[in-house]
Design a protein around this ligand. Structure first.
Ligand code: FAD
Ligand code: UDP
Length: 389
């Protein structure tokens, strides 16, 4: 291991911050993490309440096609196989989401269901995943009618609630996350690896940060220490010699110079029930009624044996001052605004911006992990080059 390497300040102890911290610490960097919240793990944070491991910020299911990602995580936690299944309440019935052949069987009479399934199979093949936008463009009137039905009962209400705007203003990629399936596959994700950390995310990230080269300061807003003057970074009044990996919002970093980057926020309500179990699966979506979008019962995920359970309701809300910016609202205008901030950041030597907030991308955890692994390796390589020159 090399000695006397530079110091790295990491802003945010979320997924991207924790991964970068460990890789850089292993390479000999002195890492200091500043986290505004009073806990690590960012939005993946989980904790025990009434013996149930709750996901404080909504359901976090781990899925990836990248073996390197899962191999890295397995250094810090055991995992158990878990394939997420979701039901949606459509016309009073609970049907699989993504909408699939079973959803058709439940919602339509057997003759009509047979016609619909064979039409879909003919048009798209078996086991295809078709975005609703593509299904709506079908020239077959029978498929078109089904597409209208799915659009109306699965997507319209949910998307309007979730984003607070009309679904036609929501970026196509958002709804493409939940395609229609021409099969009975009722798993929410199709990735090769689908699993959950045995003792939860917080325990896994705690182990990841348990390294002699890592110091963590919780409840610490980096804006109090980190200043940008011209193209220069200052930390606690002194010119920075090392690096900063920033995982917060870009508009905030530059004091909203070009305006606010729009986000969508959420309000979570955790409700205890004196019953062993309430839902048929971990997550039930409500596209067509209530002001919440979904209910999760995390107890079913960890398979805890307790007499009580906890339901978590998710209410989408506008992101105002003080609210957590959970979802970037991706569209061309917002990307343009983001790019202005990214351009400024790109001119500052030693500043690296990664993660769902700092890149303003609707990333899943595995994507953020890939990014953090890539960045850390790049920093290590650059340092080696710099040292040997
Ligand atoms: P974050 O987790 O947001 O971490 C950033 C951290 O930086 C935060 O802890 C924040 O407090 C801190 N910070 C920001 N500014 C400052 C500052 N100035 N000073 C100090 N600290 C600061 N992904 C999946 O793969 N599967 C799922 O099932 C899934 N479900 C999700 C459900 C919901 C409701 C949400 C919102 C997201 C979900 N995700 C899921 C996405 C996942 O949460 C993200 O990919 C991941 O958490 C991003 O990690 P990050 O480190 O980029 O950001
Ligand atoms: N969606 C929907 N109905 C559903 C589930 C999802 O309309 O029952 C749409 C909605 O626009 C949502 C998007 O698909 O924002 C992505 O859903 P996902 O479950 O991936 O959202 P996340 O878990 O990231 O909140």
């Amino acid at each position: 291991m090399r000695q006397n390497l530079k110091q790295v300040f990491i802003i945010g102890a979320g997924v991207s911050g924790c991964i970068s911290a460990r890789i850089l610490a292993e390479a000999g960097f002195q890492v200091v993490i500043l986290e505004r919240r009073d806990h690590i793990a960012g939005n993946a944070y989980d904790y025990y309440q009434d013996n149930v491991l709750l996901h404080k910020y909504g359901p976090h299911l781990f899925h990836t096609n990248n073996e390197e990602v899962i191999t890295f995580l397995q250094w810090f936690s055991e995992f158990f196989p878990y394939e997420h299944r979701v039901r949606g309440e459509i016309l009073g019935k609970l049907v699989p989401i993504p909408f699939n052949f079973q959803s058709i069987d439940i919602l339509f009479g057997s003759e009509q269901a047979a016609v619909l399934k064979s039409k879909l199979q003919e048009a798209y093949g078996l086991d295809a995943q078709i975005p609703i936008g593509r299904l709506l463009q079908s020239e077959d009137p029978v498929i078109c009618e089904l597409a209208d039905f799915v659009n109306r009962y699965v997507f319209m209400g949910y998307t309007t609630k979730q984003w607070g705007i009309s679904p036609d203003q929501v970026d196509r990629s958002v709804m493409e996350r939940v395609p229609v399936r021409t099969s009975y596959d009722d798993r929410y994700f199709k990735d090769r690896f689908q699993m959950m950390p045995a003792e939860g995310y917080t325990a896994m990230f705690r182990r990841m940060l348990d390294h002699e080269n890592i110091a963590i300061r919780l409840g610490c807003d980096a804006r109090e220490f980190l200043k940008i003057e011209g193209n220069q970074l200052f930390f606690d009044g002194a010119r920075m010699d090392g690096f900063v990996i920033y995982t917060g919002s870009m508009d905030e970093l530059f004091e909203w110079r070009f305006g606010r980057l729009p986000y969508r926020s959420l309000r979570f309500v955790h409700e205890k029930h004196l019953k062993e179990k309430v839902l048929p699966v971990v997550q039930v979506n409500f596209p067509n009624r209530y002001s919440y979008t979904r209910i999760s019962e995390f107890k079913l995920l960890q398979r805890e044996k307790t007499e009580n359970t906890i339901l978590t309701y998710e209410y989408p809300i506008p992101c105002r001052d003080g609210d957590i910016p959970y979802y970037p609202i991706e569209n061309q205008d917002n990307r343009k605004l983001y790019n202005q901030y990214a351009e400024l950041a790109g001119k500052i030597p030693g500043l690296y911006c990664i993660g769902r907030l700092a890149e303003y991308r609707y990333y899943n955890m595995d994507q953020v992990i890939e990014k953090a692994m890539g960045l850390s390796k790049k920093i290590i390589e650059e340092e080696y080059t710099w040292e040997t020159n």
